[in-house]
Ligand binder design. Structure first.
Ligand code: HGY
Ligand code: MN
Ligand code: MN
Length: 409
């Protein structure tokens, strides 16, 4: 029975892909342009070729499997193969494996589609290494310059440019491979939240993906001896950062359906008996209402201005990511809903609080997403888990929509 076969494939392949991690036994850590990434792509290439696809490594570090149709215009389905640090075994990669299953079903049908199909394992969607993210989508849509690649660096000071070159890619050509042939982008993904499980639904049809504003803030103080520098004379960057950070959560609570998080904090020199000289932290603000995101950002800047005026410490703010809320394509959502109804799958529409590749593509072309329940609503942690049977159901729904789109309908 097809569902059992697909479920078993998904279970087996995700168990294998989980091994490609820099932190074995402590979650999945698969950052872009690393050996873990290379090994995961080697395994995915094998699966894609078995599914009848011609495979290439894109200059963004994405892996793309293509099946030529009667015309070169492309229907693309996929998700990301990179992960956060100490993450789970499903985020992104489950959507890649599901996309390969969709290709397998097309191969089984023996049909030559009108449009061409591409299965894509996108790279650096998370931004966990370089703090930006949505990388492949931006490259394919021509949104990045060589200067951007030099600017973005990781914790060791390695730039995207250097990491790409070391991985064997051509960073100088980053703006030369813009795609204009993609007619639609579809993505299967775990929900990463508690909604579908609470509503006891097998499938989620995403109606909107949140906007995300990600900034890096640096507070500039002065290193001094903690014992000899009197309180009124010191410039303690951490004391001042804490005052600003402590207001971010409560400000988000004033806006419905928005969130704000400080997920990264770096103190320098971070020594027990030295007054903190510099503090760098990130703020990730999200919501479906762009005005609410902007208001929270303005509130943050006002707090930084007040801190500077009161303490004399200066600050710098750098915008890392500014992604709009993106509405998913109505027609493809209808295809999903019709397939769920025919297949007797319980389903509901819901927003995505997580960012996804689909939101970059969805700004410029028809994009749509299917969610499956996350057990306990957990994600971005080793406990992340979804049922292979739910993923297999999403494969069938995605396959129905993809085959309709490939036929030019
Ligand atoms: O950050 C996110 O929402 C996604 O996991 N990249
Ligand atoms: Mn993801
Ligand atoms: Mn993620």
């Amino acid at each position: 029975m097809i569902m059992t076969e697909i479920s078993n494939n998904i279970r087996e392949e995700l168990a294998e892909l989980k091994k490609f991690t820099a932190t074995p036994g402590n979650g999945v850590t698969r950052f872009p342009f690393t050996e873990e990434a290379r090994r995961a792509c080697a395994y995915l290439q094998q699966l894609m070729e078995e599914a009848g696809l011609t495979v290439r490594l894109d200059n963004s570090g994405a892996l793309i499997g293509r099946l030529e149709g009667e015309t070169p215009a492309t229907i693309m389905i996929g998700s990301h193969f990179d992960s956060v640090g100490h993450g789970g075994a499903y985020d992104g990669i489950a959507g890649v494996v599901c996309a390969i299953e969709v290709a397998r079903l097309l191969k089984k049908s023996g049909k030559k589609p009108h449009y061409s199909l591409e299965v894509i394992a996108t790279n650096d969607e998370e931004g966990a290494r370089f703090h930006v993210g949505l990388f492949t989508g931006k490259v394919l849509l021509g949104q990045l310059t060589v200067e951007d690649l030099h600017k973005q660096t990781d914790a060791d000071g390695i730039s995207v440019y250097e990491a790409m070159a070391a991985y064997g890619l051509k960073p100088e050509e980053i703006a030369e491979h813009q795609r204009r042939d993609i007619k639609a982008f579809l993505e299967v993904h775990i929900e990463q939240g508690p909604v579908l499980e609470a509503a006891d639904k097998q499938i989620g049809i995403v109606d909107v993906i949140v906007g995300i504003k990600r900034v890096s803030v640096r507070i500039n103080g002065r290193a001094d001896h903690v014992g000899t520098m009197p309180m009124h004379m010191r410039k303690d960057a951490l004391e001042q950062a804490a005052k600003v950070i402590s207001k971010i959560g409560d400000r988000a609570r004033c806006f419905p359906n928005t969130v704000a998080t400080v997920g990264f904090l770096q103190v320098e020199p971070n020594i027990i008996n030295i007054v903190p000289q510099t503090v760098t932290f990130t703020v990730d603000i999200r919501g479906v209402d762009k005005a609410a995101i902007t208001s929270q950002y303005q509130g943050l800047v006002a707090d930084l201005e007040q801190m500077q005026a009161a303490s004399g410490l200066t600050y710098d703010v750098e915008t890392l990511l500014d992604a709009e809320p993106v509405v998913m394509d109505a027609y493809i959502k209808e295809l999903f809903a019709a397939s769920c109804a025919v297949r007797g799958l319980t389903h509901m529409q819901l927003p995505s609080g997580a960012g996804h590749d689909a939101q970059i593509f969805g700004e410029q072309l028809p994009a749509a997403m299917l969610f499956v329940p996350s057990i306990g609503g957990r994600s971005h942690c080793p406990e992340e888990e979804s049922r292979a049977e739910d993923l297999a159901a999403a494969v069938l729904v995605a396959s129905d929509a993809v085959q309709t789109l490939l036929a030019g309908k």
